[in-house]
Design a protein around this ligand. Structure first.
Ligand SMILES: Cc1cc2nc3c(=O)[nH]c(=O)nc-3n(C[C@H](O)[C@H](O)[C@H](O)COP(=O)(O)OP(=O)(O)OC[C@H]3O[C@@H](n4cnc5c(N)ncnc54)[C@H](O)[C@@H]3O)c2cc1C
Length: 480
């Protein structure tokens, strides 16, 4: 906070960056900005929750929720790959290994500590505003951010780091807005709190959210049957140590989904013969995934989303071995029942819910009687369907638009929001999963930390550049 005229004069010569969202990307961006600017950039971190660095992924208290990436790849800093591991050895377990899948709550503590360390080095440069940003508008060369509390903030640059959006509701014929047995968003605090231990539940969707919900329920002593239903009945695959596979994609590789699939299948066969396996082949694509995505035409990207995405997701987004083993043993013991098919009807009465679905294999209509239906279909990415005041407002003011595939927001290669007329902003940036349309692979730490680091350099670069044109900066109203 500004306390006297000297403070104010000093602040006036600084670039103020407001970051909306204090999850992984927002918090590490704040830390990177302090670290790389030597404290010459001041940061306002707007997070509606009380804790920084948690977001949806790391706010869990359940220590059985494990990271799905090895500790060796979870450092917040791309230029210091051991950073998380060293922290975990000091603060969690001295014997932690690079190949461990550590608890997610621990990772949340780590991210908080990353920022805390930079705050101690550069005191007074970050303000955590616990509030929700509901709109952003341009006022001359600065941005005005309105908060739910009514407070207004001004900044020279704004980065939106909103994370994944809540799940969209699947179309369930027969369900009404008053359905009492339906949990629309399992990530919402307390959403699973009133599921009693002896109920039977149906999880709609069989991806990472379902796995997480199943682990949460069992962790709380839930004894009922967990039904998991999705169109294909595919659960995420489990990580397994395999020999590395050399990179095989290059600029001469096919630029069609069909051609790429053929290439991958050939590589998988070769990897299996060489005592490696499909996991190593998929992993060897990871450093090139964004480039591959960019090399595909819009038509090919659509083809990928329509035909390949469900298979890609379960092979690429794998779960920790211990989590995979727990799910597998519950399936074997009949505690989890996996179903493949399309939901046809949802009927709620005083005894619970009857869900009718058409079985994928038999084509017969099947009925499931459960006490609760939990929506585990994963985050909604179509911004037109997301009920979020900030997003709606940005689009209404034409400051942002969805990307052509409705996977997030349209952004330039450096993350600047593209407005409704197609012009990149010089004020507003987006980071994280909302960049999915342009990058595809933009949800996990190994990619996000690179984005954070690049955006930080860009913003610090603006600071240096603008200091040379000082009169512009000193006129900027800093209202925090
Ligand atoms: C359950 C789960 C497990 C995961 N596990 C892993 C893993 O093991 N390894 C990995 O690499 N990745 C994992 N991920 C991927 C995850 O997306 C990233 O690791 C990372 O958390 C994304 O960071 P983010 O900052 O974009 O979003 P988040 O961390 O979700 O942060 C977004 C923040 O923005 C805040 N916010 C949103 N709107 C507003 C607003 N208008 N005003 C103020 N605040 C706002 C939210 O409260 C939230 O705190 C997981 C994801 C999930 C959902």
């Amino acid at each position: 906070m500004l306390t006297n005229q000297t403070d104010r004069d000093q602040k006036m010569s600084q670039l103020t960056v407001a970051i909306v969202g204090g999850g992984f990307t927002g918090t590490t961006l704040a830390a990177q900005l302090l670290r790389s600017s030597g404290g010459s950039v001041s940061v306002v971190l707007i997070e509606r929750g009380a804790r920084l660095g948690r977001g949806v992924a790391y706010s869990t208290e359940c220590t059985e929720h494990l990271l799905n990436v090895r500790a060796r790849n979870m450092s917040a800093y791309p230029d210091d790959p051991e950073h998380f591991l060293e922290w975990a050895r000091l603060n969690h377990a001295p014997g932690a290994s690079a190949d461990d899948y550590l608890p997610r709550p621990l990772y949340g503590q780590y991210i908080t500590s990353v920022l805390q360390q930079e705050i101690e080095r550069h005191p007074g440069q970050v303000e955590h505003v616990q509030d929700e940003a509901v709109s952003i508008s341009r006022v001359g060369e600065t941005a005005e951010i309105r908060l739910r509390s009514g407070r207004r903030l001004f900044a020279d640059r704004v980065v939106i780091a909103l994370g994944n959006f809540p799940p969209g509701d699947p179309r369930l014929q027969g369900r009404t807005p008053h359905s009492l047995c339906y949990v629309s968003n399992p990530w919402k605090a307390g959403a699973l709190g009133d599921v009693s231990h002896d109920e039977n539940v149906l999880l709609v969707g069989s991806g990472l959210t379902s796995v997480d919900v199943a682990i949460t329920l069992r962790g709380r002593g839930f004894r009922g049957t967990i039904h998991i239903l999705s169109r294909r009945g595919l659960l995420p695959q489990t990580h397994k140590a395999t020999a590395l596979w050399p990179p095989f994609w290059d600029e001469q590789s096919p630029r069609t989904v069909r051609g790429l699939l053929r290439l991958i299948r050939t590589q998988v066969k070769a990897a299996e013969k060489a005592d490696s396996g499909w996991r190593a082949v998929i992993d060897s694509l990871r450093p090139f995934t964004q480039e591959i995505w960019r090399s595909l035409s819009l038509t090919e990207r659509r083809r990928f989303l329509r035909h390949v995405r469900p298979y890609w997701d379960v092979h690429r987004h794998r779960i920790a071995p211990a989590v995979g083993a727990r799910i597998a043993s519950q399936i074997q013991d009949g505690e989890i029942e996996l179903h493949a098919g399309r939901i046809k009807a949802y009927a709620e009465d005083i005894d619970g819910v009857e869900v009718t679905y058409r079985d994928r294999e038999s084509r017969q209509l099947e009925r499931l009687r459960v006490d609760r239906v939990i929506n585990c279909t994963g985050p909604e990415s179509d911004c037109r369907k997301v009920d979020d005041p900030l997003l709606t407002n940005l689009m209404r003011q034409k400051l942002a638009r969805p990307d052509p595939l409705f996977l997030g927001l349209d952004v330039s290669p450096d993350g600047a929001l593209i407005d409704a007329h197609g012009a990149p902003s010089n004020l507003l940036y987006a980071i994280g999963p909302v960049r999915k349309g342009s990058l595809w692979e933009t949800i996990a730490v190994p990619e996000l930390r690179v984005q954070v680091s690049e955006l930080s350099s860009l913003l610090v670069g603006f600071d240096a550049w603008e200091k040379e044109r000082l009169p512009f900066v000193t006129e900027v109203p800093v209202a925090i």
